[in-house]
Ligand binder design. Structure first.
Ligand code: ATP
Ligand code: MG
Length: 308
């Protein structure tokens, strides 16, 4: 049963999605209304499901994987669900974007090689319901080391097993590196679904066929027959340019309703938030970027819940 306020929230969301060209002031009004409806959404989305593991992946670099991981995680945590960000990228941008220092030996690297357990690596963030398995540069070696190890595609899945078995978190979001190497394949083998950020630029679809092929292979060879494309999110959308609109149109033609209605706008505030170690929702809550990631969180959770 949807409550009245939740329906209003849906209405605002569809209005927002259809009006990406509206002014900053209008965006801010939407953001304020969403904040007013927040309590109600907390109630709606508290009906929790067993831990879901979602890999945020695209082998293309700089398309918004980390930005989406950090901000989606923060918005979902803010709604009241417990979220673990698993930073599987040696660049460790999700780690610093969540306000944590890169500390030697803090990453999952040793755990993936069979030493210790992942629970020991989990760190709290400054934000309620949001924890992180940090990364650091030693993860660079993992692609090479793991490739030679036994059961090498199941290392991330195995590391997560005690965490998912205990349902300690509602959601684990894995931030993948920009490649289809062993770490990303591990993330796919450990996940229920893949979330693909695509940047609104001319070559957006480049490389997606490769990602599709890898997912099909993982189905067919039995590594993860249940792996699902949870959705495609368009990032860095600029409604003033024809190019952005064309790219969204093309991607929608290709992926149909797999593409989230919410478009993440190109926003200076989103870009500067990581340098303060804060997700946008905590850096500038009433910004267009914050509103967009809040809306994405709602759409994303609705999809997850529909599959649960
Ligand atoms: P990599 O492949 O290197 O891991 P990535 O896919 O994780 O990159 P991000 O690091 O999230 O991409 O984003 C790349 C750059 O674009 C960063 O500088 C980030 O701050 C910026 N950026 C991401 N999303 C937006 C946005 N919506 N508006 C403005 N800048 C953005
Ligand atoms: Mg990244």
């Amino acid at each position: 049963m949807q409550s009245c306020a939740s329906k209003s929230s849906d209405y605002i969301r569809s209005d927002f999605a259809g009006a990406q060209n509206c002014s900053l002031v209008e965006f801010r009004v939407v953001a304020v209304l969403l904040a007013v409806l927040e309590c109600d959404r907390t109630f709606v989305y508290k009906t929790c499901v067993p831990t879901r593991v979602i890999a945020v992946a695209n082998q293309k670099g700089g398309v918004g994987k980390t930005t989406t991981t950090v901000n989606l995680a923060a918005c979902i945590a803010d709604i009241g669900r417990s979220v673990l960000v698993y930073d599987l990228d040696p660049q460790a941008n999700a780690t610093s974007g969540l306000g944590l220092e890169k500390i030697e030996g803090a990453s999952a690297y040793r755990v993936l090689l069979g030493e210790g357990n992942l629970q020991e690596k989990i760190r709290k963030t400054a934000f309620a319901n949001l924890e992180v398995v940090p990364s650091e540069v030693d993860l660079c070696g993992a692609d090479f080391e793991l490739a030679r190890a036994e059961n090498h595609l199941r290392r991330v899945a195995d590391s997560l097993q005690p965490i998912t078995a205990g349902s300690a978190y509602d959601l684990v979001l894995i931030d993948c590196p920009p490649s289809l190497g062993v770490l990303t394949l591990n993330a796919f083998a450990a996940s229920h679904g893949v979330l693909v950020p695509l940047q609104c630029e001319y070559y957006a679809l480049e490389g997606i066929s490769m990602l599709n092929r890898v997912m099909t292979q993982l189905h067919e060879n039995g590594v993860n027959p249940a792996l699902d494309l949870i959705g495609v999110v368009m990032t860095m959308y600029d409604g003033r340019t024809k190019l952005s609109q064309q790219v969204v149109g093309e991607v929608r033609e290709h992926f149909g309703d797999k593409v989230f209605e919410t478009l993440i706008p190109r926003s200076t505030r989103i870009a500067e938030a990581p340098s303060f170690g804060k997700p946008i929702i905590h850096y500038d809550k009433y910004s267009t970027g914050s509103a967009a990631y809040e809306l994405l969180a709602q759409e994303f959770l609705a999809r997850l819940d529909a599959k649960a």
